[in-house]
Write a protein that binds this ligand. Structure first.
Ligand SMILES: [Zn+2]
Ligand SMILES: [Zn+2]
Length: 391
């Protein structure tokens, strides 16, 4: 175990717990992280990083070059909060009504800042360290926006890494995974248009409600009949809206779909089958179907060499009793997937707490809070990874 490094970061814990709680008190929604990004930029500059702001709106990069090493490393943290009304009752609870750091991005930002300070002061490395603070991870695709603004052209990286906390896993446990680790996430709005009429005379109307009901049931066969049973896929109809009165056949019905996969081919197959099924079903009922398909986040794939490297760093830091080398894949999504489509790298989870502990409260719950006990461990992981990579 790398106790010296952990000790060094434990000594800074109070400073970075205060910082984390300050960010928690002032949460900002996607692409609105002005205060947070200003705070991050100020800190990085004060420690000697060259900072560029305005990548992907409120995103920024801090760069530190040391020695003559040619390797270039990217470490990413996310900064945005969620539209949730906080119910923790904690002294550092959000002071912004209806906005809350309910996914722990305040902790991710603070962990990377703690590592940034340590590396600037004591970092024994040779090469280029790029610290990437991205906006809008929660559905806004902030990673993609930073890449559109030239992130990897301006700051080339040989590998990129990111970390997310995970409730339900013992505090401080590091969970890695090679291969597909998080799902793609696509969305569709389906509008069915029939002919409205009197509920007493259905033969004089074309009922989109019956078509919608049939489509919802038919969609259940996509996963069960069209996808390899050994593959993961999700098709959820999360909203179905039609009609207002018992004696009126409405003119239209709309469905909202969430579609997820852990494999790029499965993702493509889902889209093909869902579109074909809806089109054929609608035709059979005589209604028109319009499908607005919106691709969301890609499948997050951790590359083998970089994951093997990240595992070695985790083992060196906390020992094999606190590392899961190959954790399960999860059906949630993460826009770091877009960075991994361009640059090899690996994404890991750090346990936020399990059992009856406060840290076990799930992310996106109004009672959630990032576990501050993870700040030194997460920061030490980043510091060690940077020093082992940049040699
Ligand atoms: Zn989240
Ligand atoms: Zn998150």
């Amino acid at each position: 175990m790398s106790t010296l490094l952990l000790d060094a970061l434990n000594q800074k814990a109070d400073e970075f717990i205060s910082l984390r709680r300050d960010i928690h008190r002032h949460p900002e929604l996607a692409f609105d992280e002005h205060r947070t990004s200003a705070l991050v930029a100020d800190k990085l500059q004060s420690w000697g990083y060259a900072v560029e702001r305005g990548l992907g709106g409120t995103g920024l990069v801090g760069r530190l070059v040391r020695g003559d090493g040619s390797r270039r490393l990217g470490l990413r943290a996310d900064m945005d909060a969620l539209p949730i009304h906080e119910a923790t009752g904690l002294p550092h609870a959000s002071c912004h009504e209806g906005v809350m750091h309910a996914c722990g991005h305040d902790g991710h930002t603070a962990m990377l800042l703690a590592a940034a300070q340590h590396l600037a002061e004591h970092g024994d490395f040779s090469g280029t360290l790029n610290l990437i603070f991205q906006p809008a991870e929660e559905g806004g695709g902030g990673a993609l926006r930073m890449m559109d603004d030239g992130l990897f052209e301006k700051y080339p990286c040989d590998a990129v890494f990111a970390m997310h906390n995970m409730p339900g896993i013992a505090q401080g446990r590091l969970v890695l995974r090679e291969g597909a680790a998080m799902a793609s996430s696509d969305y569709a709005t389906v509008t069915l248009t029939g002919v409205g009429g009197h509920g007493a005379m259905p033969h004089r109307a074309t009922d989109p409600v019956v078509a919608a009901a049939s489509i919802v049931m038919a969609l259940q066969t996509v996963v069960s009949r069209n996808i390899d049973p050994l593959q993961m896929a999700v098709v959820t109809v999360g909203a179905l809206h039609a009609g207002k009165a018992n004696n009126v056949i409405p003119q239209s019905a709309t469905l909202e779909l969430s579609v997820r996969a852990l494999d790029r081919e499965v993702r493509t197959r889902l889209e093909q089958r869902i579109k074909a099924l809806i089109t054929a079903q609608a035709e059979s009922f005589g209604v028109a179907a319009q499908i607005d398909w919106r691709p969301g986040y890609a499948v997050l794939v951790n590359t083998p060499d970089e994951t093997a490297f990240a595992r070695e760093v985790a083992l060196e830091l906390v020992g094999d009793e606190r590392v899961t080398l190959q954790g399960p894949a999860v059906t949630g999504s993460e826009d770091f997937a877009f960075m991994l489509e361009r640059v090899p790298g690996s994404y890991l989870f750090i346990g936020n707490g399990d059992g009856d502990s406060a840290g076990a409260c799930m992310v996106h719950n109004p009672g959630y809070d990032f576990n501050d006990a993870n700040l030194p461990i997460g920061a030490a992981y980043w510091a060690l990874l940077a020093q082992r990579f940049l040699v």
